[in-house]
Design a binder for this molecule. Structure first.
Ligand code: OOG
Ligand code: NI
Length: 446
C-alpha cells in the first residue's frame, strides 16, 4: 500500500465527525442531547474515580467522546451492495443479521462496523443498516409501485462512486481524496424536505407501513438517528424532559446492574418535519430522532440464551409502560442472572480479555491462580453490536408505537446476504477470537 494513503480508520473518523456535524444542524435537539450526555458522563466519572481508572486501563475512556452509532434504511439490493463497498472504504464491515419482521417491522438488517481491536479503539462508529422487504407488503399493486419508485432513484453521487472504485483499484485514498469521499458520501445520508412522490402515493405507502413511506418516498436513506454512548443511561433519561426532550417510555434492554451486560438504549421521540410533496402539497413526515446507549460486556452464546430467556419471561408479565415500574420488574427477573464479573467469567456467560497486571512481566502458572493472585487481569469485552428486540422497540417508538401488519417472524438471512453481495460476520466469533488472542499473547490457555 502506498504510504500516501490515509488509513480507513482515519476516513471513518473524519466521516463520523462530518455526519455528526450535519445531523446537529439538521436536528438541533441532537446537539442538546450530546451536551446532556457529556455532562452526565463527566459527573459519573467524577463521582466514581475507580470506574474511571478501569475504563482508562481498558482504553474505553478515549473513545467515549466520539460518536457511537447511527441508522439508515435502504430499499434495494443494489443500494445495500453499494453501501457495503462504500463502508469498506472506512473499514466498516457487515456484522450480524437482525430479523425485525419478528416485531412487525418489514426490514432485515446488519451493522456495518469496524472489527479489529485497534480500529474499534480508534473510532467504533457503526451504522445499523436495514433493507426494506417489499415482499412483506401484501398488496401486490402497491408492492410494484414501491419497487418502480425505488428503481428510479440513485442514492449515490457520481463522485462517491468514482472514489469507491478508486479505493478498490488503488488500495486506498489520499488525504485529499478522503476529504472528497467524506463530502460526497455524506450526500447519501442527507435529509431532503422534498419527497419524490405526490401526497396520495405517500399516504398509500404510509398506510401499508410508515417505514415503507420513509424508505420509498425520498431521494435517499437519510440518517434517522445518531447515538452517543453514556455511562449512566438512567440519569440521562431522567434529565431529558428538563431540556425539552420527550424520552421514549422505557429503556430497552437489560436492567441497570453492577456489571452492565450487552446494551441499554433509549431515545427521544421522532420529530414531525415539514415535507413538500410533488404537486405542491405540504405535509409532515416523522422519522428522525436522537438515541443514547450504554454498553456492557458481550455475552457468550450461553449468556445470550440466558438473557433472551429472562427478557422473554419479563415480557410475559410486563407491568405497564412506566419506566420505573418496568425497570423494577426487569431487575426482579434478572436476579437470576449473575451480577459479578468473576461468576460471569467462570460460568462462561460473558467474554473477557486478559492482560498482565501493571508491574508483571510474564504470566507463569494457571490462569485461575494468576487471576486470584492479581497477576493477570480479566477485563470485560464491550458489546459492540445490537439487540433485535431492543431495535424493534426503537423502530416502534419513532414509528408512532404501532405494530405493523407485515408477515411476522420469517428471517431470511440468505436473501439478505445475496442482496448484500457478501456474508455477514458472526459477532460471537469476533468476541471469541479476541478473548482467545489475549490468552495466547500471555502464553495461556482458557
Ligand atoms: C434502526 C433501529 C435500530 C438500534 O439502536 O437498535 C437501532 C432504525 O430505526 O432504522 O438503531
Ligand atoms: Ni440506534
Amino acid at each position: 500500500m502506498s504510504s500516501s494513503f490515509v488509513s480507513s480508520d482515519e476516513i471513518r473518523d473524519r466521516f463520523s465527525r462530518a455526519m455528526s456535524a450535519m445531523y446537529q444542524t439538521e436536528v438541533p435537539q441532537y446537539g442538546a442531547l450530546l451536551e446532556l450526555v457529556e455532562t452526565v458522563n463527566r459527573e459519573t466519572l467524577e463521582a466514581r474515580p475507580e470506574f474511571k481508572t478501569s475504563l482508562e486501563a481498558r482504553g474505553e475512556l478515549e473513545r467515549l467522546g466520539v460518536e457511537r452509532h447511527g441508522a439508515i434504511r435502504v430499499g434495494t439490493a443494489e443500494e445495500l451492495a453499494t453501501l457495503r463497498r462504500l463502508f469498506a472504504v472506512m473499514g466498516m464491515y457487515p456484522v450480524g443479521y437482525y430479523d425485525l419482521s419478528e416485531a412487525g417491522v418489514p426490514v432485515h438488517s446488519t451493522a456495518f462496523r469496524p472489527v479489529s481491536d485497534a480500529a474499534l479503539a480508534r473510532n467504533p462508529f457503526r451504522l445499523f443498516t436495514s433493507l426494506l422487504r417489499l415482499e412483506l407488503i401484501e398488496d401486490s399493486a402497491l408492492r410494484q409501485r414501491a419497487a418502480d419508485i425505488l428503481a428510479q432513484r440513485d442514492i449515490f453521487t457520481p463522485g462517491v462512486r468514482e472514489l469507491i472504485a478508486a479505493f478498490e483499484s488503488e488500495g486506498g485514498l489520499t488525504s485529499d481524496q478522503a476529504d472528497r469521499f467524506v463530502a460526497e458520501a455524506l450526500e447519501t445520508f442527507r435529509w431532503h424536505q422534498h419527497a419524490t412522490v405526490d401526497r396520495a402515493t405517500y399516504d398509500d405507502l404510509h398506510a401499508a407501513h410508515r417505514l415503507i413511506a420513509d424508505v420509498v418516498c425520498f431521494r435517499g436513506p437519510h440518517i434517522n438517528h445518531l447515538t452517543p454512548r453514556t455511562l449512566d443511561i438512567d440519569e440521562v433519561q431522567r434529565r431529558m424532559p428538563a431540556v425539552g426532550m420527550s424520552p421514549k417510555a422505557v429503556i430497552e434492554g437489560p436492567p441497570r446492574r453492577q456489571c452492565p451486560i450487552l446494551l441499554r438504549q433509549t431515545s427521544f421521540k421522532a420529530l414531525e418535519e415539514l415535507t413538500h410533496f410533488r404537486g405542491d402539497d405540504i405535509g409532515k413526515h416523522t422519522a428522525r430522532f436522537g438515541e443514547i446507549e450504554q454498553r456492557g460486556v458481550a455475552l457468550t452464546a450461553r449468556g445470550r440464551q440466558r438473557y433472551d430467556q429472562l427478557l422473554n419471561e419479563a415480557r410475559q408479565a410486563a407491568p405497564g409502560a412506566d419506566n420505573e415500574a418496568h425497570q423494577a420488574h426487569l431487575a426482579d427477573v434478572f436476579e437470576a442472572f449473575p451480577d459479578d464479573d468473576t461468576i460471569l467469567r467462570r460460568e462462561g456467560l460473558a467474554f473477557f480479555e486478559y492482560r498482565l497486571a501493571p508491574g508483571e512481566s510474564r504470566a507463569e502458572g494457571k490462569l485461575e491462580e494468576l487471576l486470584s493472585a492479581g497477576k493477570v487481569i480479566a477485563d470485560p469485552i464491550t458489546y459492540e453490536d445490537f439487540l433485535p428486540v431492543s431495535a424493534a422497540g426503537i423502530f416502534q417508538s419513532n414509528l408512532g408505537g404501532e405494530e405493523g401488519q407485515v408477515g411476522q417472524g420469517n428471517a431470511n438471512r440468505e436473501a439478505f446476504e445475496e442482496a448484500l453481495g457478501a456474508a455477514v460476520t458472526d459477532e460471537l466469533a469476533l468476541y471469541a477470537e479476541r478473548q482467545a488472542a489475549s490468552l495466547k499473547a500471555l502464553g495461556l490457555v482458557g
